[in-house]
Design a protein around this ligand. Structure first.
Ligand code: SF4
Length: 95
């Protein structure tokens, strides 16, 4: 069953030490959160390669309700960028 809802794409992720990153994020969906920072909670360093070869990651959920792109704990931005040492959502914008 399709809901017809499109989730925002992770257009770019520069956190190359993450196991889901092979020329960008290939997780099926990520979660963004933390009370002090808009951080990618799907980030993981592991010897196991993560994600799906053909997929471009989407934002499945975001806990940063104070972001202007956030509505009902879902991201409504057209797409997001992730970067920095701490895998931050760089599209985060305080409302
Ligand atoms: S842009 Fe805002 S709502 Fe979207 S993932 Fe980043 S912090 Fe969450």
């Amino acid at each position: 069953m399709s809901t017809g809802v499109e989730m925002p794409r992770v257009e770019d992720c520069t956190v190359t030490r993450c196991s889901y990153n092979q020329n960008g994020c290939h997780a099926f969906a990520i979660t963004v959160g933390s009370s002090d920072q808009a951080r990618c909670h799907t980030f993981v360093e592991s010897p196991v390669r993560g994600g799906l070869e053909m997929s471009v990651a989407q934002v499945g959920a975001c806990q940063r309700h104070d972001c202007r792109h956030n509505s009902e704990l879902e991201c409504r931005a057209p797409g997001i960028q992730v970067g920095q040492e701490t895998a931050d959502c760089l599209t985060y914008a305080p409302a």
